[in-house]
Ligand binder design. Structure first.
Ligand SMILES: [Zn+2]
Length: 280
């Protein structure tokens, strides 16, 4: 879809700023959840409570993860700050994770993809929000093997709302997609567990596929599974060949579901047509 240059640049800058906020969610949400679980466990065990430290998405302000030196606003500008500091803390020279610029760039590129493929509309904003939640989920899963309910479940409800608002004729496809997405991975999980005694994935993966089923409808489920499993196998084998010490480390499945989700949300109809012409 044609867009003037200044719109493209503005949308890209807005996207990297939102990516910068996602970095806060990605690094802090798992810690906040962990703190909450600790408090709940201590309360259930009737242990004395630890003092509550103020730690949320807004407080404390950005700190160097190594020396905890506050980061000045001009060093904290999305993308530019990291490049300016060459990925190091100005205070202790410790490395600042490549995650920060990558997620910011991801936020910007996804914004551009939605703009160019879907144009500017309220439904595009919904699709972009879903793309950002998928980005946060894949980074959190990659770092911690968690897919928090606080992100997967709202993504599912938002998918059903998206269908109600913008394509009400799709609502039953979406409900079946959500149920089917959950059940198909749930069945794989139990089949694998009964046969091998191992757990191949987690309940977060079922909820994430359910959410994608809501956003895309049931007809996308086979394509989502083929894309995510195919990418997972390809990247898993490549990573283990290049870095043999990675053998035996479980691979999170969430990032591959997210990549499949992005592809289908952004150019679903083209992909589905291609898949049906190959499969049929
Ligand atoms: Zn530092």
């Amino acid at each position: 879809m044609y867009q003037p240059h200044h719109v493209i640049i503005l949308v890209f800058i807005l996207g990297i700023c939102l990516g910068s906020f996602l970095n806060v969610v990605i690094t802090r949400l798992p810690v906040m959840l962990m703190n909450q679980w600790r408090r709940e466990a201590r309360s259930a065990l009737e242990l004395t409570m630890e003092p509550v430290t103020r730690f949320n998405l807004l407080l404390p302000a950005s700190l160097c993860p190594r020396c905890e030196h506050p980061i000045a606003w001009h060093d904290n500008l999305p993308l530019i700050g990291w490049i300016k500091r060459r990925g190091r803390c100005t205070h202790c020279q410790g490395r600042i994770s490549l995650q920060y610029p990558l997620i910011e760039l991801g936020g910007g590129l996804l914004a551009l993809a939605v703009l160019l493929l879907h144009g500017i509309s309220v439904s595009s904003l919904f699709i972009y929000a879903a793309c950002l939640v998928l980005l946060a989920l894949s980074a959190i899963d990659f770092r911690t093997y968690l897919l928090p309910d606080i992100l997967t479940l709202p993504l599912l409800w938002a998918g059903l709302l998206y269908q109600l608002l913008f394509q009400p004729y799709m609502i039953s496809d979406a409900v079946i997609g959500a149920m089917g997405g959950y059940l198909v991975l749930w069945s794989f999980f139990w089949l694998f567990k009964l046969m091998t005694g191992k757990e191949g994935m987690g309940y977060g993966d079922f909820k994430l596929l359910a959410a994608l089923g809501a956003w895309l409808g049931w007809s996308f489920l086979p394509l989502l599974l083929i894309l995510s499993a195919g990418l997972g196998a390809l990247i898993g084998v490549t990573a283990q060949t290049l870095h043999p010490h990675l053998r035996g480390t479980p691979l999170p499945f969430g990032p591959f579901l997210a990549i499949a989700g992005w592809l289908c949300l952004l150019m679903g109809n083209e992909l589905l047509a291609l898949y049906l012409s190959v499969a049929g």
